[in-house]
Design a protein around this ligand. Structure first.
Ligand SMILES: [Ca+2]
Length: 357
């Protein structure tokens, strides 16, 4: 086994020796098993914190299509790919597209903690969710909940059992960090944070070393990465392995219903940027990696390392500095995904999206 594959393999080989009954008992009863051994069988209560965004839209749809593994308590929106007024409206549009008009959607922070907001209309279009020809999805009839996203996150973590809620940020980390600052008592109540952001061994995508979500609010990222909460990082290391090629867009269009077809259209718009700018064979489907990991953690290989956020230096602002080879004595704080099974990822995605209308 390669040295850098540190996901709980020793344990898995251990349970393979046991009877089926014993394995079932362990999976159901044993809290010491740890989250990585349980992901495939335990349903997670999650709050999805997002800035839609094409890949955010796919992540929302994938979560809504996966009720066996994911209990989506609420969607919280933050400024990121486009300003907050657009990200929150796009979240409503996506829920409505899926026919899930009962989802609770909350509006959060309109700007990063310290820096001015940087947006990405060059990738996502002026609306944040443009379709080919710069058309957009219909305006939603759903409305936002009146509570602020940060208050919702705090209230939910306080009300639910300790260790029962997984936070899934797929935009800048502002809402999560502000919640941690406003109510530090929630921090030990969080089961885990599975986030899209950063790059451990890959180059950056907005600066030579920084990934967009972390770069937009590096101070918030610092709060989260130094919080002590168990972290799983789906960064560019894996998202650049999960590429929406023309063939995969065709597969979406032909296997599912209206939602899959609309996702194919969204991806057609989205991919043009990466094809032009990075000469990739397809657009990286960043945010859905978070949800795919919750559905089936074996889609990814992870390594437990120390990751800290650069907040001071101009040249490397927002870099996720990962101690990949343990050259420091810093304590590992983050499971970094570094290998994705892209073929199986798209099989899961297609199958799930086809469940929607
Ligand atoms: Ca996002």
């Amino acid at each position: 086994m390669p040295k850098n594959r540190t996901r709980v393999e020793p344990f898995r080989s251990g349970i393979s020796e046991l009877s089926v009954t014993a394995r079932v008992l362990i999976l159901v009863e044993a809290p010491w098993l740890g989250k990585h051994g349980r992901n495939a069988v335990s349903k997670r209560k999650i709050i999805l914190d997002c800035d839609p965004g094409h890949d955010d839209a796919v992540a929302i749809l994938l979560a809504l299509a996966s009720p066996e593994e994911i209990d989506l308590l609420g969607i919280t929106c933050v400024a990121g790919n486009v300003p907050l007024e657009l990200t929150r409206n796009n979240a409503l549009k996506v829920c409505e597209l899926a026919g899930h008009t009962d989802v609770a959607v909350y509006s959060g922070c309109a700007r990063p903690m310290v820096r001015e907001l940087n947006t990405a209309e060059n990738v996502h279009g002026e609306s944040g969710l443009n379709l080919p020809g710069d058309s957009v999805l219909p305006e939603p009839s759903m409305t936002l909940r009146s509570q602020h996203a940060v208050d919702y996150i705090i209230e939910t973590l306080t009300a639910e059992d300790t260790g029962s809620i997984t936070l899934c940020p797929i935009g800048p980390l502002t809402n999560i960090a502000v919640a941690m600052i406003q109510a530090p008592e929630i921090v030990p109540r969080i089961r885990e944070i599975v986030l899209m952001g950063g790059a451990a061994i890959n180059p950056g995508n907005v600066t030579p070393v920084a990934e967009f979500n972390i770069y937009v609010d590096p101070h918030a990222a610092h709060v989260v990465f130094s919080s002590g909460v168990p972290l799983v990082m789906m960064g560019l290391d894996v998202t650049h392995q999960v590429l929406v090629t023309a063939e995969r867009i065709d597969a979406l269009r032909t296997t599912g219903g209206q939602v899959s077809s609309t996702v194919a259209d969204l991806m057609t718009f989205y991919c043009r940027f990466d094809l032009d700018k990075y000469r990739m064979e397809g657009g990286p489907l960043h945010d859905p990696c978070v949800i795919a990991y919750l559905i089936d953690s074996t889609l990814f290989d992870l390594k437990h390392v120390n990751v800290e956020i650069e907040t001071n230096a101009d040249l490397t602002l927002g870099q996720t500095v990962a101690d990949w080879w343990t050259v420091t004595d810093r304590t590992p704080n983050c499971h970094v995904a570094h290998q994705a099974d892209d073929t199986r990822f798209f099989e899961v995605l297609n199958e799930r999206l086809a469940r929607l209308p």
